[in-house]
Design a protein around this ligand. Sequence first.
Ligand code: SF4
Length: 386
Amino acid sequence: MKVTFAHMGNLWITVKTILEDLGVEVVVPPRPSRRSLEVGVRHSPEFACFPLKMNIGDYIGAIERGADTIVMVGGVGPCRLGHYAQVQAEILRDLGYRAEMVILEPPRGHFSALLDKIRYLTGGKPISRVVRALRFGWEKLYALDCLDRALVRTRPLEAVPGGAAAAHRRAVAAVAGAAGVEATRRARDEGVAAVLAAGGAGAAWEDDGEAGGGLPGRNGTPLRVGIVGEIFMVAEPFANQDLERRLGEMGVEVTRALYVSDWVRINLLLDTLRLRRRSRQSVVKEAASPYLGHFVGGEGLESVGETVLYSRQGYDGVIHVAPFTCMPEIVATSLLPEVGRDLDLPVMSLFLDEHSGEAGLATRLEAFVDLLARRRARAGAGRATR
Ligand code: SF4
């Protein structure tokens, strides 16, 4: 069995770690590119979700490298994620690919079904081995998210352009190569320190264990923008056209509402232990409630709630990023203008797909950042004359 999966940011490092720790042969697909996107678009229904098209490109790239089994995370709820895996399986079958699809559903209180699938993939390894591998993978996932948080905080301050990104690349490679939990933690701490040093920020690491948490603020000097939206589009730089890098290079400090480790903590750990309602999710839900009172699938509810929370935290603006035709995010985008008006917070929605051009995105970002800078300057002038 040669197992593969779709890309989403650096998640491949975590999945590869878990599977290889369990003795499974892994085939990592080529990084998403124009070519893999073209392949995915060519073989997917026109109005399929953009992430589905990108996944198809990844799977075909991996099958061409020898993969025969595909692992994907399933989903529930009112959006198309519920039948995503079946559609992908049929597309590949119609194309003549014989890869087996193993769907890992979020356990929602029934962890045994998930463990059974993992044991199938690993040839019946004992639960203790599976749990050990998951714990190792979790350390890597968390470390990678810490590095990403440090990078977006540091980028607008870096002394040498590209210095923070270079330190981040080295740190990611060190985490990827770390041979155990302790080595991963060391690589994480050293990597975060190196990324921060590239910015000359001198900030100490402080993790509050929640989405949007991480490093302490620095008097709010750079413009601060929160990113909300559908998790794949937020986490995969190729899909969002390197949104965080573009904003960082414009001198903007970015905070992502949801990192993949947050998603895992909420949907796998807290849900299984029935603690979801006590987590930050309840805070997000409460914040969204004047505008949206129920789950609409994907991250639609979170996009609204996190935007309200960014306003309470004094952010300069929010960028909402989503795949074209994404139903939960269409609900969110119909509400966000009202949220922005009520809270006097600029919010820009970006719906992206294979037709989105780079020049158009760059122009919209420049205009948005310019607006934020002028608002900040006006607010400063107002304070000075009082
Ligand atoms: S959340 Fe949006 S992009 Fe993802 S499966 Fe649902 S509709 Fe598609």
